[in-house]
Design a protein around this ligand. Structure first.
Ligand code: ADP
Ligand code: MG
Length: 323
C-alpha cells in the first residue's frame, strides 16, 4: 500500500509545484473563494494551502487520505466527460506518501474540526481539533523518504519560480477567487478575486503586460475564444507569457500556440513571441485533457476548427484595435 502510493506519487508529484497544483485544485473543487499558498525552501520545507471551501467531516477527512477511496471515475465514459478539475482520487495519499502531511478541516455547519496526520504514507492519525471553516493542508519535508526524487529537484529559486507560475495560471483561470502566494515574508502574488480578468492579469503578469493587451471575444464553429492578446509591440524572447486555457484548465498546446502566433505573422520580429492569456471553450466531448496526470496536454477531436477559431479570434481583435 505504501509502495503503491509512492509509485503513484511519481505520476502525480513530480516537484513542489505539482503538489501546489493538486492542493489548489482541490480547494477550487471545494468551492473556495479565497486560497492562500505559503511555501518555504522552494516548497521542499513547507507547502501550505489554506482555503475557505466546503471542508470535510471526520469520515471524509480520513477517506481523503486513503488511496482511490474518493475517485470520481466510474467508467471509461466518465474519463471522456470529466468536467471538474479533480478526478483521480489519489493526489492526497500520493503526496502524503512522500512527505509529512497534516490536514485540518471543518465544514461550516460543524463545531469541531478534524486533524489528520500522515508521515511518509504511514497510518493516518485522526483527531478532533479546533479550526476555522475550510481546509488547510500542510506538507512538510517533501521527498524526505525518497532521496532519488529529492536529488532531482532544482534550486529553491527555480522551484519557487515554478510554483509562482502554477499559482498564476490557476489564478487566471479563476478570477473570481482571491489567490495569495507567500514565500516567507515575500508576498509573491495577490489577486483581487472580483471576477475581473484584466485585473487578475495585472496582478499575475504585471502592469506593463496588462496595459498592452487587446480583448478577444469570438465564437464560431462550436468554439468560443476569449481573453487577451498582446499588442505586436509587446513581445518576449520566450513563450513563458503565452498562457492558454481549455475548458478552464491551463494547458500547453502546440496547436493553440501555432494558431495564435500565425495571427501575428509579419507583425513581429523573427524569434520574438507575442503575449497571450487566451481561453478556449469547446464541448467537453471534443477534447481529451487526460493525456498525463501531471502534464497539461490536450488533444482536440476537431483540431482544424480550434486552430481556425484561435487564428480568427486574434486576427479580428488585433484588427479592431488597429482601427
Ligand atoms: P481527487 O481530488 O482526485 O478526488 P484528492 O486526493 O486530490 O483526489 O482528494 C481526495 C478527496 O478529498 C477529494 O475528492 C475531496 O473530497 C477531498 N478534499 C481534498 N481536498 C479538499 C479541500 N481542500 N476541501 C474539501 N475537500 C477536499
Ligand atoms: Mg484532487
Amino acid at each position: 500500500e505504501r509502495t503503491a502510493n509512492q509509485i503513484a506519487a511519481g505520476e502525480v508529484v513530480e516537484r513542489p509545484a505539482s503538489v501546489v497544483k493538486e492542493l489548489v485544485e482541490n480547494s477550487l473543487d471545494a468551492g473556495a473563494r479565497r486560497i492562500t499558498v505559503e511555501v518555504a525552501g522552494g516548497g521542499r520545507e513547507l507547502i501550505q494551502v489554506v482555503d475557505d471551501g466546503c471542508g470535510m467531516g471526520p469520515d471524509d477527512a480520513r477517506l481523503a487520505l486513503e488511496r482511490h477511496a474518493t475517485s470520481k471515475i466510474a467508467s471509461a465514459e466518465d474519463l471522456r466527460r470529466i468536467r471538474t478539475l479533480g478526478f483521480r482520487g489519489e493526489a492526497l495519499p500520493s503526496i502524503a506518501s512522500v512527505s509529512r502531511l497534516v490536514l485540518r478541516t471543518r465544514p461550516r455547519d460543524r463545531l469541531e474540526g478534524t486533524c489528520v496526520r500522515v508521515e511518509g504514507g504511514g497510518p493516518p492519525e485522526v483527531e478532533a481539533c479546533g479550526c476555522p471553516p475550510g481546509t488547510a493542508v500542510e506538507v512538510r519535508d517533501l521527498f524526505y523518504n525518497t532521496p532519488a526524487r529529492l536529488k532531482f529537484l532544482k534550486t529553491d529559486a527555480t522551484e519557487l519560480g515554478r510554483i509562482t507560475e502554477v499559482v498564476g495560471r490557476l489564478a487566471l483561470a479563476s478570477p473570481g477567487v482571491v489567490f495569495r502566494l507567500r514565500a516567507g515574508p515575500a508576498e509573491l502574488l495577490t489577486t483581487p478575486g472580483t471576477g475581473d480578468l484584466l485585473a487578475t492579469v495585472h496582478a499575475v503578469l504585471g502592469r506593463e503586460v496588462a496595459r498592452a493587451l487587446v480583448p478577444v471575444e469570438w465564437e464560431g464553429g462550436g468554439v468560443r475564444v476569449w481573453g487577451y492578446a498582446g499588442l505586436p509591440q509587446l513581445v518576449r524572447a520566450g513563450r513563458a507569457h503565452q498562457l492558454f486555457f481549455v475548458n478552464g484548465r491551463s494547458v500547453t498546446d502546440r496547436v493553440l500556440r501555432f494558431a495564435f502566433e500565425e495571427a501575428y505573422r509579419n507583425a513581429i520580429p523573427e524569434g520574438r513571441h507575442p503575449v497571450a492569456v487566451l481561453f478556449v471553450a469547446v464541448d467537453p466531448e471534443e477534447v481529451d485533457v487526460n493525456v498525463h496526470p501531471a502534464k497539461a496536454e490536450v488533444r482536440f477531436r476537431n483540431e482544424r476548427a480550434v486552430r481556425a477559431a484561435v487564428y480568427q479570434a486574434v486576427r479580428e481583435a488585433l484588427a479592431a484595435h488597429a482601427g
